[in-house]
Design a protein around this ligand. Sequence first.
Ligand SMILES: *Cc1c(COP(=O)(O)O)cnc(C)c1O
Length: 431
Amino acid sequence: MPSYPNSERLFKAAQQVIPGGVNSPARAFRGVGGQPLFIDHAEGPYLWDVDGNRYIDYVLSWGPLILGHANPVVVEAIARAAKNGTSYGAPTELETQLAELVIDLVPAAEQVRFVNSGTEATMSVLRLARAYTSREKIIKLTGNYHGHADFLLVQAGSAVATLGLPDSPGVPKGATQDTLTAPYNSLEAIEALFKQFGDDIAAIILEPVAGNMGLVPPVEGYLAGLRELCHKHGALLIFDEVMTGFRVAPGGAQEYFGITPDLTALGKVIGGGLPVGAYAGRKEIMQTVAPAGPMYQAGTLSGNPLAMTAGIETLKGLSQPGVFEKMVQLTTTLCEGVSAAAEAVGIPLTTTQAGTMFCFFFNEGPVIDWDSAARSDLKTFGRFFHTMLERGVYFPPSQFESWFFSTEHSQEVVVATIQAAQTALAQIAGH
Ligand SMILES: *Cc1c(COP(=O)(O)O)cnc(C)c1O
């Protein structure tokens, strides 16, 4: 049995000086009990905690590290860039290079503006949608998470769901009065909102594949239906691909499903492990952003040369021939292996996968929205989490998060994970 004396000591110290001991609530293990591991270092598919335990990692910094931890190409490029200075507050060619890569990969992207996080990306892209349409209402979906901006903390997923907070204190009523909500995967609910608020709705923002209530793919026809409804009512369709971008496919969910939104928010993989977000879309709309147009949005460290460099190397790496396909294939192998292990011991499990993202719900399924995701047996999830952790496999400490794959997760790593899952699930089933 592994033990964690150093993590325990460091967590105690952290709690004295940092609220809850963490700088983002999802890290705190509140959804599964116990306390977080403090990390010493990482390489490829592996993490090592401060007690010397090694784990196969399916969190990957919550998605960004699609080329694995400390990828030598990325790390060396960052080190070279750092020697030239870490920030100038003036333009560099690196920003244009990363923008060009994004435009090549992401169907909806004709122009790109870089920011520093996914939260900034969604906040800014919605300001843009409102500025461009001169309308104020937006629709967001239950269980979708778009970062922590006031007006988006309504029925949100991720740690908000894990903690059971429907909203957050400190968010003024006025901030959310123009945020309408609807369940994921229901076109009827969106139609009803358009009927009632038609000409006031600036945009629908959604995760095209929901990844913050566990992983929940869109049902057949859903994204196409949204595309049509937005056209019909003069509203913009915004895909928040902060998580799905460069992960469901190299061009994100919009490439995979062949549905092109008007605007897209990006984050996570786009910075390859450094803080980058972006919003992108039709040039005509993007020209509204200052200084090309009147909509103000700015950032002291936006387009930072180290972050741009990590992003460039990461997007180049994942779009090499055959690389993405191999990752998706091995992700499928892993999902099938874990599903079979659950079936063998009679534990109900619903497995979802979209490209290099995946998730396991402890219920009979189908999982199509927040309500059906929330019917997972959370106690069994918690036992699965801790039993796997003891066997050296680390995945998100919450049912309502996605698991992530990287180019460094080899066949061997996948087989080891499946074996750990077989033992863990048999133990949980009492075999
Ligand atoms: C992670 C995430 C965000 C927020 O990004 P941060 O970089 O954490 O601010 C927004 N939208 C989605 C879909 C995300 O998964």
